[in-house]
Design a protein around this ligand. Structure first.
Ligand SMILES: NC(=O)C1=CN([C@@H]2O[C@H](COP(=O)(O)OP(=O)(O)OC[C@H]3O[C@@H](n4cnc5c(N)ncnc54)[C@H](OP(=O)(O)O)[C@@H]3O)[C@@H](O)[C@H]2O)C=CC1
Ligand SMILES: CC(=O)[C@@H](O)[C@H](O)COP(=O)(O)O
Ligand SMILES: [Mn+2]
Length: 395
């Protein structure tokens, strides 16, 4: 019996990798719902190959265009538009798993909609957890939704945890299960060895050229500033109920060890593999079983070395801002994320320089006076405020 999957953000990098895993396992999974933002050409291609039952585009004009294309191709697929339609499709009774792969806080509402219907959530969209971790984890528990981390580090940590902790994700005590530390690895991005004085002049093209992973533009810039590792630090603290002392971040340039768990008896359990998101995606879909992902196994004889070093906050100020924001609370992490989204977009559009990303985020954080949010609406109020302030700055 095929499992129906809704892929929110199917036209993006994670969405395409999810479809690749489905392509390898056509008897096990059906791409039942596909959603995109505005990339009509990619969506047409995916509709032709996977013939989903329903499709939605966030952008209304794109949805109209898509309807015309599908009609010309005599494909009988229902096309919807707008954010509410994406939420509705994520909640369909027939959908068993929801891949949350929309980029940014734009993915929050649809991910929460799927949680409210108790779906298995395959979480790639780290920004939703960063933005409202406490409310997000509460909603998971309340609606008995299952969360499988897709982010490669969190998926690696999940794979390295004992089963009782996996089953009580976000709530089990790490100490009671003999866990000392979660060790989050990061590549250090394309500017790991660049002279710090040269960083202000780097271009968007250089910033998105990640040394190991093929990813969307926003997360690629985040990797270059190491804001990505900062967001992942916040994501890990919520997902694994980890304290500050139970977290370590280490640069591992080869991206072969995807993260580790250090135990009280001296054992360290790590997950290794070639840097290809199809592995964690496949695991999140098939857990607790394993399926073929299409990723070649590691050839240890071809690995020259595995190296590690401490991150330097002078090179990566965004990493420090994110760690501190978690300490300050959810208003701060929402602000950090929103300001970063605006700053990264401005950098990609050549309106600000690379080092201005951290400056923008820091300045917006310093202006924050709003109280801690107690509802999703309040989270969105903080998000909107931070975006407005950041927009004014980058102009
Ligand atoms: N890429 C990776 O390897 C990894 C990604 N992640 C996380 O996964 C998420 C997706 O990343 P990635 O696939 O790289 O990003 P991409 O930019 O490649 O894809 C983003 C997807 O989101 C859609 N989208 C953008 N804006 C909206 C919107 N307002 N409403 C609805 N849909 C929208 C895009 O649609 P369209 O293109 O049609 O406009 C596209 O399908 C991010 O949160 C990222 O941090 C986590 C770990 C690894
Ligand atoms: C593939 C994945 O999970 C990304 O989040 C990746 O971690 C980015 O690489 P960095 O380690 O450079 O942030
Ligand atoms: Mn990651």
């Amino acid at each position: 019996m095929q499992k129906n999957i809704a892929i929110l953000g199917s036209t993006g990098s994670i969405g395409c990798s999810t479809l690749s895993v489905i392509r390898h396992n056509p008897t096990l999974y059906k791409a039942y719902v596909l959603t995109g933002g505005s990339n009509v050409a990619k969506m047409v291609e995916q509709c032709v190959e996977f013939k989903p039952k329903y499709v939605a585009m966030a952008d209304f004009t794109s949805a109209t265009l898509l309807r015309q294309h599908l009609s010309n191709l005599h494909l009988n697929i229902e096309v919807f538009s707008g954010e509410q339609a994406i939420c509705d499709l994520a909640q369909l009774v027939e959908v068993e798993q929801v891949m949350a792969a929309i980029v940014g806080a734009a993915g929050l509402r649809s991910t929460l909609a799927a949680i409210k219907k108790g779906k298995r959530i395959l979480l790639a969209n780290k920004e939703s957890l960063v933005t409202c971790g406490h409310l997000f984890m509460q909603a998971l528990r309340e609606h008995h939704a299952e969360l499988l981390p897709v982010d490669s580090e969190h998926n690696a940590i999940f794979q390295s945890l004992p089963t009782p902790v996996q089953h009580d994700l976000g709530f089990a005590s790490l100490t009671e299960h003999g866990i000392n530390k979660i060790i989050l690895t990061g590549s250090g991005g394309p500017f790991r060895d660049t002279d710090i004085s040269k960083l202000k002049g780097v271009t968007p093209e250089q910033a998105i050229a990640h040394p190991n992973w093929s990813m969307g533009k926003k997360i690629s810039v985040d990797s270059a500033t190491m804001m990505n590792k900062g967001l992942e630090y916040i994501e890990a603290r919520w997902l694994f109920n980890a304290s500050q002392d139970q977290m370590e971040i280490i640069i591992h340039p080869q991206s072969i060890i995807h993260s580790m768990v250090s135990y009280s008896d001296g054992s360290v359990i790590a997950q290794l593999g070639n840097p290809d998101m199809c592995t964690p995606i496949a695991y999140s879909m098939s857990y607790p079983d394993r399926i073929y992902s299409g990723v070649a196994p590691l050839d240890f004889t071809q690995l020259s070395s595995l190296t590690f070093k401490q991150p330097d906050f002078n090179r990566y100020p965004c990493l420090k801002l994110a760690i501190d924001a978690y300490q300050s609370g959810q208003a701060a992490t929402t602000t950090l994320n929103a300001a970063n989204e605006i700053a990264v977009e401005a950098f990609l559009n050549r309106k600000i320089g690379f080092m201005d990303i951290a400056k923008t985020v820091e300045t917006v954080l310093n202006k924050l006076t709003l109280a801690e949010p107690s509802s999703i609406d309040e989270v969105f109020d903080i998000d909107s405020w931070a975006r407005e302030v950041a927009q004014r700055m980058v102009k």
